[in-house]
Design a protein around this ligand. Structure first.
Ligand code: AMP
Length: 215
């Protein structure tokens, strides 16, 4: 199954993508995770991307398209994948469509998670990530814990540099100006399922599962 998870930063794409990946047995492709890993490994790409990410700006289409082409052509992606964080611009969406045509993939499910900006700001300033498995938690969920509940890594929680309020506002502004048009592009071309991202995590998952008609 081929899934594109669309939505503003902080709406819960990563959380849902991980759940769906485990449930459907298809890889979770997060372009943000790929860039953060490159930054942690201090590769040339990572060093370039780090400052851009920390400022809440978008990494260039050229770089992102290169990453996505390399990733989606891997064997592990041939029976399906969940795209999280790509495409973020119309140019990326157009390239992705061409790739789908070349790879003869035509049953793509676009799931758009919705939420208001104010709620997103609250969520992002209150979230922590595990640096080992990239799982996102609310600070309440991990209060008093030293080990990650998902991968058991010790002392691995951190506040992402781009999760401070000024950067969040910048990321949201970019989402509205550059990324939102991608949704209209999809709506004109494909079936798009809109899901209320403000519900409890389990309810969002159930809505998705219902729409995809899987169990
Ligand atoms: P995310 O983890 O999806 O919120 O992504 C974190 C950051 O990585 C974004 O704020 C961008 O700086 C960068 N990034 C991730 N995916 C893309 C993309 N498709 N296009 C441009 N920049 C991206």
């Amino acid at each position: 199954m081929f899934i594109i998870l669309f939505g503003a930063p902080g709406v819960g794409k990563g959380t849902q993508a991980k759940i769906l990946s485990d449930r459907l047995g298809i890889p979770h492709i997060s372009t943000g995770d790929i860039l953060r890993e490159a930054a942690a490994n201090k590769t040339e790409l990572g060093l370039k991307a780090k400052a851009i990410m920390n400022a809440g700006e978008l990494v260039s289409d050229e770089i992102m398209v290169g990453i996505i082409k390399d990733t989606l052509s891997q064997d592990r992606c041939k029976n399906g994948f969940i795209l999280d964080g790509f495409p973020r611009t119309l140019a990326q969406a157009e390239v992705l469509d061409k790739m789908f045509t070349e790879l003869k993939i035509n049953n793509i499910n676009v799931l758009a998670l919705s939420a208001e900006d104010d709620e997103i700001i609250k969520r992002l300033t209150n979230r922590r990530a595990c640096k080992e498995c990239n799982q996102i938690f609310t600070s309440q969920e991990i209060e008093g814990l030293t080990n990650c509940p998902r991968c058991n890594a010790e002392n691995s929680f951190y506040l992402r540099k781009d999760d401070n309020e000024d950067v969040i506002r910048r990321r949201l502004a970019i989402f509205h100006s550059s990324t939102k048009p991608v949704l209209d592009y999809f709506i004109n071309k494909r079936k798009v399922f809109i899901i209320n991202g403000l519900q409890h995590i389990d309810e969002v998952t159930e809505d998705i599962v219902e729409k995809l008609k899987v169990s």
